[in-house]
Design a protein. Structure first.
Length: 93
């Protein structure tokens, strides 16, 4: 619920994006119903959260995972620059 609200998304909007009822979203948020496996990946995508976080409430993402997500968004030239910086830093050790 916190993530949905931080995205300024209503239960109705989330339900529409997931193809479920608003009542289902309410039940999920209140802990009255468990999320079905086929809906879990949809919820993760819409709320931009990991399945670990949704299921356990804790973020199991490592620092490397966080950096990898950022690297995916870079151009080939930017990736080369990052690679060069890493090589430089490793040589300084």
């Amino acid at each position: 619920m916190v993530r949905r609200k931080s995205l300024r998304m209503t239960q109705e909007e989330l339900a529409e994006k997931l193809g479920v009822s608003t009542q289902m979203i309410s039940n999920l948020e209140l802990g009255k119903k468990a999320i079905r496996p086929e809906n879990l990946s949809k919820v993760c995508a819409v709320l931009e959260l990991s399945a670990d976080f949704i299921l356990t409430g804790t973020n199991t993402k490592t620092a490397v995972d966080a950096v990898a997500e950022k690297l995916i968004q870079l151009t080939a030239e930017e990736l080369q620059m990052v690679n060069d910086m890493i090589d430089y830093m490793n040589r300084q050790k």
